[in-house]
Design a protein around this ligand. Structure first.
Ligand SMILES: [Zn+2]
Length: 109
């Protein structure tokens, strides 16, 4: 079984808080152990940071994306214009991911 979601994928939030439902973003990190993903610009949480004079950083509040449950996101299909279910196929010895609805290869570059 391949990885349903990989770093660099564009995903859409398909459930969860209404504020971010339906939004899209790029996967920055996949947390396999906890089955979560971090998506750029989504699910922002305020986090206080300490001043770090050695690195010329001021302390304060920064917003960082918090992990989302992987089950809440789906890879975005450019042809279907939505988050879609994925199927796997073998091609030239590689496993490729395809959109279940339209058969498009899901690749994000
Ligand atoms: Zn599709």
């Amino acid at each position: 079984m391949g990885n349903r979601i990989k770093k660099g994928d564009i995903v859409q939030i398909i459930s969860g808080k209404s504020a971010i439902k339906g939004k899209m973003g790029k996967v920055l990190k996949v947390l396999r152990k906890s089955d979560k993903v971090i998506v750029e610009g989504l699910n922002l949480m305020k986090k206080s940071t300490k001043a770090d004079p050695a690195n010329n950083k001021q302390g304060g509040i920064v917003e960082e994306p918090a992990p989302l449950k992987m089950s809440k996101v789906m890879p975005y299909c450019n042809a279907c214009h939505k988050g879609v279910r994925v199927k796997y196929e073998r091609a030239n010895g590689k496993v490729i991911r395809k959109c279940v609805s339209c058969d498009a290869v899901l690749e994000y570059k």
